[in-house]
Design a protein around this ligand. Structure first.
Ligand code: NAD
Length: 430
């Protein structure tokens, strides 16, 4: 009986990764594969992750009890070099989510010309409910579980949602203890004193602004005349909003998990940042109008920058979005259904694989530094980042104009073609 039902319910292709985010990533990939006219063999090779590790491990909590945690590491493609991608601590972490994010990392690295395939990992937990000691034990145990699959020339983790330089330092130390010597190149996003680079923390937000600048020049829209709304005021959103404000572009709306604030005349983003530093969130900010978390996305503006989390623009709200351009600073903020509604309404979307690739680009600089034991100064790194982000943005823009496709298709086409060509040249082992 058990065997029959097992056969009856045979797992269909790709079901291991089932989940909404993986559906979005694979829908985008299928569209690109159609444009490139990829054959079935190349499609399967590029769609399904090459490796995935699921681990369950016990952690001693501060109150003496033991709790079981589940973690993942997914490596999407091994063709381009070692794999690279962050690991996140969040309640919704799943195998499918990691598989989708790993695939996007592959396209991001390929678009920027970095010598990596994509990977992603995470532990299912709510980091806001865990003490520093518990988070350290989780990070060290998760790292120990990952040792067979990570390494400076194998797979190099980095920060993502809910993790930062503190967790990277613990990962670095745990891995190095196991090897018996220090291996800084095993992880990026480390504290500067451990071989990290100052440019890493602001890299994603800054890279996003460099992409915006390059595309607005092509569109002929002066940046200081565009009204921006930024959803999310963390690593990415805060840096992007402050940089836009510094440039002189009006930021008319901001939000975080507690809600949003709006001022049609433009917010003083530095003042908002000082408030958040003092109070912990945007809640109660006195010098703007408070709005709800979902209202912020519907605030009238020219450029909407979702920089918080996935699936924010959906078929539910796409017809109420009032902007001219969406710039995906977050990963996967627009569902394919929403994207087609936005396209019908003439709203273009700058895809995540381009808009937030600044983080992995500076991670690449850090990894090169660690390997060659030589450091560049911060100005040099920022300048390199700016040049690479602008070049990628212009390549995507020109691809979109030349082939009359949207910006996501243009970006994915460049990336997928590169990985498919590399795979074809390497051939199939054995
Ligand atoms: P973060 O945890 O530092 O910040 C997230 C922000 O979003 C916080 O301000 C939080 O309050 C806010 N937020 C959470 N839920 C919200 C909601 N429902 N409505 C409005 N705001 C909400 O995370 P981050 O590192 O800034 O990452 C943001 C996004 O950017 C993620 O999709 C991440 O995968 C992506 N990303 C980050 C990096 C990086 O270098 N940090 C690189 C590439 C992509």
């Amino acid at each position: 009986m058990a065997l029959d039902s097992f056969t009856e319910g045979a797992v269909h292709e790709g079901a291991e990764w089932s989940g909404e985010l993986y559906r979005i990533a694979s829908t985008q990939f299928a569209g690109t594969a159609d444009v490139l006219d990829l054959d079935a063999e190349a499609r399967t090779r590029l769609l399904e992750p090459r490796r995935a590790l699921t681990v369950n491990f016990p952690i001693r909590m501060d109150d003496g009890s033991v709790r079981e945690f589940t973690g993942y590491r997914v490596q999407h493609t091994l063709t381009m070099g070692p794999t690279k991608g962050g690991f996140r601590y969040a309640p919704g972490v799943s195998l499918g989510e990691c598989a989708a994010l790993a695939m996007w990392m592959t396209w991001k690295c390929a678009l920027l010309g970095l010598p990596f395939g994509g990977a992603k990992g995470g532990v299912r937990c709510d980091p806001t409910q865990l003490s520093a000691g518990e988070l350290e034990r989780i990070t060290r145990r998760y790292t120990a579980e990952l040792i067979p699959v990570i390494g400076p020339d194998r797979d190099i983790p980095a920060p993502d949602m809910g993790t930062g330089e503190r967790e990277m330092a613990w990962l670095y130390d745990t891995y190095s203890q196991a090897m018996g010597y220090s291996v800084p190149a095993v992880v990026t996003g480390k504290p500067v004193v451990l071989g990290g680079v100052e440019a890493r923390q602001p890299a994603t937000g800054l890279g996003c602004v460099y992409v915006i600048e390059a595309l607005l020049e092509r569109l002929g829209w002066p940046i200081r005349e565009q009204r921006f709304v930024v959803q999310g005021f963390g690593n990415v959103g805060r840096v992007a909003a402050r940089e836009l404000f510094a440039i002189g572009a009006p930021v008319v709306g901001l939000s975080d998990v507690t809600g949003g604030i709006v001022d049609p005349a433009g917010l003083d983003v530095d003042d908002v940042a000082a408030w958040v530093d003092a109070e912990g969130s945007l809640e109660g900010y006195p010098r703007a109008q408070a709005v709800g978390r979902s209202e912020i996305l519907e605030t009238e503006c020219d450029i909407l920058v979702p920089a918080a989390l996935e699936r924010q623009l959906t078929s539910e709200n796409a017809d109420r979005i009032r902007c001219r351009l969406v710039v995906e600073a977050a990963n996967g903020p627009t569902t394919p259904e929403a994207e087609s509604v936005l396209a019908d309404r003439g709203i273009r979307v700058v895809p995540d694989v381009l808009a937030n690739a600044g983080g992995v680009t500076v991670s690449y600089f850090e990894w090169v530094q660690d390997h060659q034991r030589f450091t560049w100064d911060g100005i040099e790194l920022q300048d390199r980042l700016r040049r690479m982000m602008r070049a990628a943005a212009i390549k995507v823009w020109e691809g979109s104009e030349e082939h009359d496709v949207d910006l996501r298709t243009a970006a994915l086409t460049v990336a997928v073609r590169r990985v498919a060509d590399a795979g074809a040249r390497r051939g199939i082992y054995p």
